[in-house]
Design a protein around this ligand. Structure first.
Ligand code: ADQ
Length: 474
């Protein structure tokens, strides 16, 4: 059986040091959650950063030995690399730029140099472990130069690349001084995948205008290689959310949440603290919703789970301060003696609590300003498998909207008025309409789950591999 070599910035396991001991726990975030639930029909190894600055050589060896038993290969980053490659070029340049926050884009050659160096460091780890008939799958915006590095050394190896964030329009992309190097890096792959048709179209247009490669139905010919560019919308592990292992603890939590919010409708939002997620806009819109619809005072609660993220980057620190202020403004303005409109939790919650909240929430309010896909929206719908009660309000700017727009109420996240109207519509929606909308979305999410996503990507890549092999032997 040929192996699948998955490479992503983060391993699905994070290493932590506390009380002088090493601890391993599953990493949070969309990619880890998704690929972790891949079934075992692939013989796979995973290469990535275990998420800590481990300077001690002896400790590195210990971690390496622990991880290799789980088919995981760690790439250790130094403090400087974390600063310049991860928090720097990845999260201060590519992340804001690709999400259309060009005013936040940092243009810094030192960061770019570190990005190149770390991509090369990942390449060295790949080189050490790669076998001739392996299939490689590189993930996301931190490793856009890696496909071409692997291609240069292993011209015949099959390489896939998937981008989990939006690919911006050509007019935005071309502002980046390193646009050509980034495209050349990605185009080292045989197959390039995106969540939506729009991202794919932007990529093809940028490839044509910047590198001159024309495509025919998403196929580019580069030297003697065919590159397939296509859309693979990522799904979720549907059953995990539809039928979670409910232990006594989450059963008790469910009851508690219901009791606390008795006779009140729960509006839920769950996101990392990130300026792309539209959190301040959402809080303002919710405040205005209360102001203009005072009949809901005491009758609704917005529960906001905000997961700490990238706290080393300036914008994230100021966003945290802004969210704190906005929440307290709304709460101090509208609270009554026995009611507080927003319940704001700035922390990560465990799976039991997350699925309990999904199950209990009457409405999910998911309003990113820009989001590659957004898995939370999908998880919320799956969690309604049994109850068939619940309404999803979803931003037009999330990749997930193209699969969910038959059942969700869609809004422009910049429009407070639209969010307010959507909240009224959701709060008043009859149960049979909720059920009907949920069923439409559940049917497609059940079918196009994360296993389907990974299997389709790999199957298409295999087909291409066969074709390229035949082409090379004729
Ligand atoms: P993210 O920006 O991290 O992912 P999202 O798609 O919503 O956004 O994934 C978050 C994941 O983390 C979900 O699976 C969720 O269950 C989990 N999670 C959220 N809150 C949690 C909490 N408090 N505790 C534990 N787990 C929590 C990036 C892109 C997205 C894209 C994904 C996958 O930005 O647009 O959908 O990758 O491609």
């Amino acid at each position: 059986m040929s192996r699948l070599v998955i490479i992503s910035n983060r391993l699905p396991i994070t290493v932590n040091r506390s009380d002088g001991e090493l601890h391993y726990h599953p990493s949070a975030g969309g990619l880890a959650t998704g690929l972790n639930s891949l079934d075992d029909s692939y013989n796979k190894i995973w290469i990535g950063w275990p998420g800590q600055d481990i300077a001690n050589e002896w400790e590195r060896e210990a971690i390496k030995n622990d991880l290799i038993k789980r088919s995981l290969v760690p790439v250790f980053l130094t403090e400087r690399e974390i600063d310049l490659y991860y928090e720097g070029f990845s999260n201060k340049t590519v992340w804001p730029h690709f999400h259309y926050f060009t005013e936040y884009t940092v243009y810094n050659d030192e960061m770019w140099a570190a990005y190149q160096e770390v991509n090369f460091k990942f390449f060295q780890a790949v080189e050490e472990h790669l076998r001739e008939d392996d299939m490689v799958w590189v993930h996301d915006y931190q490793l856009m130069l890696l496909p071409a590095l692997i291609r240069a050394k292993f011209p015949k190896i099959s390489i896939g690349f998937f981008l989990h964030i939006p690919f911006p329009s050509y007019e935005v992309f071309r502002i980046l001084p390193w646009r050509k190097e980034i495209l050349d890096g990605i185009l080292g792959a045989d197959q390039v995948g995106f969540h939506t048709f729009g991202y794919m179209r932007h990529f093809l247009s940028a490839a044509y205008r910047i590198t001159g490669y024309e495509h025919e139905f998403g196929r580019l010919t580069i030297d003697d290689r065919q590159v397939n560019v296509d859309v693979f919308p990522m799904g979720i592990d549907y059953d995990k959310y539809a039928d979670p292992d409910v232990d006594a603890e989450s059963d008790r939590a469910s009851g508690e949440i219901r009791r606390l919010h008795a006779s009140r409708k729960i509006i839920l939002s769950v996101d990392r603290l990130d300026y792309t997620k539209g959190i301040p806009h959402r809080i303002r819109a919710f405040g205005e919703f209360i102001r203009y619809n005072p009949e809901y005072i005491g009758k609704v609660n917005l529960i906001m789970i905000v997961v700490p993220s990238r706290s080393g980057v300036d914008q994230y620190q100021s966003l945290k301060a802004e969210v704190d202020v906005l929440v307290s403004q709304v709460n101090s303005e509208y609270s009554t003696f026995d009611w507080m409109p927003i319940h704001y939790y700035y922390r990560s919650v465990n799976f039991a609590a997350l699925t309990t909240l999904y199950r209990e929430a009457d409405i999910a309010l998911i309003t990113p300003l820009r989001d590659g896909m957004n898995l939370v929206a999908k998880e919320y719908i799956a969690a309604k498998e049994d109850s068939k009660r619940g309404v999803l309000i979803l931003s037009e700017m999330a990749g997930a909207v193209y699969e969910l727009n038959d059942g969700a109420i869609t809004v422009n996240p910049q429009s407070s008025r639209e969010i307010q109207q959507a909240l009224v519509e959701a709060l008043e929606m009859p149960l049979d309409e909720q059920k009907q909308r949920l069923e439409v979305m559940q049917e497609s999410l059940r079918k196009y789950d994360v296993k389907h996503w990974a299997a389709t990507f790999i199957k298409e890549q295999q087909k291409l591999q066969q074709k390229n092999k035949m082409h090379n032997t004729t």
